[in-house]
Write a protein that binds this ligand. Structure first.
Ligand SMILES: [Zn+2]
Length: 222
């Protein structure tokens, strides 16, 4: 190192700056507890500044944190899964809000996913629809069971007869329909359900029997 006397003014200033920095570092190392307390006091007195600093730090190191978290999760699968389910159980409202926000922001994707799921799970859709209707029309447990086993019998068949138009259709393409519509006071009971083809089902909707019979080519009379 050059002697101090040979340095230019600029170099002297730089050397002083470095010496000061090193001295400050040494002091901090000798007074760790003092530094810690001072830092804590400052953070307590400046919560907004502390929060902004933390946010800046997180933003700057987001990618590093993501990679670190992913590595930890890969190495601690069981614990990560347990942590996740514990968090979800404790933050149900947050979860619901998050997924609602995501769905609102991705309407088109949600619509496509739903459509795909429905076309892949016709059985489940019909069970869900039946359950929903059962809830709505206060079906007895006995009726729900009877209707479910009745549906199970005809849905896999290659040919079933539509109750309304008497046409033959694939069971998997037909619907359970209510003879007296639920919307008009009919019940979801084994005595009030029939097999309906898709066209009849979408034409009938909640029409009363009287109105609907007038529309049928070969009316079903009661
Ligand atoms: Zn039909």
């Amino acid at each position: 190192m050059k002697p101090y006397s040979e340095l230019t003014a600029l170099e002297r200033a730089e050397r002083k700056r470095l010496q000061k920095l090193a001295a400050s570092k040494r002091w901090k190392q000798r007074n760790r507890e003092k530094v810690r307390l001072a830092k804590a006091a400052w953070e307590k007195a400046n919560p907004d500044k502390k929060a902004a600093m933390d946010a800046r730090y997180r933003a700057k190191h987001a990618e590093r944190k993501r990679l670190k978290d992913a590595a930890w999760r890969a190495a601690n699968r069981e614990r990560a899964l347990a942590n996740g389910s514990r968090w979800r159980a404790a933050n149900k409202d947050k979860m619901r809000a998050n997924s609602q926000a995501w769905a609102d922001a991705n309407r088109e994707r949600v619509r496509k996913q739903k459509k795909k799921w429905i076309s892949k799970n016709p059985q489940q859709v019909s069970v869900d629809n039946g359950r929903r209707r059962a809830r709505k029309s206060h079906t007895t447990a006995e009726d729900a069971v009877l209707i479910a086993s009745w549906e199970k019998k005809w849905r896999p068949l290659i040919e079933v007869r539509c109750y309304w138009c008497c046409g033959l259709f694939l069971g998997s393409e037909c619907h359970t329909d209510h003879i007296h519509p639920l919307a008009k006071g009919g019940t979801h009971s084994i005595g009030n359900v029939c097999i309906s083809c898709q066209p009849c089902n979408s034409r009938k909707l909640a029409k009363t029997l009287d109105k609907w019979n007038r529309l049928l080519v070969s009316p079903v009379l009661f």
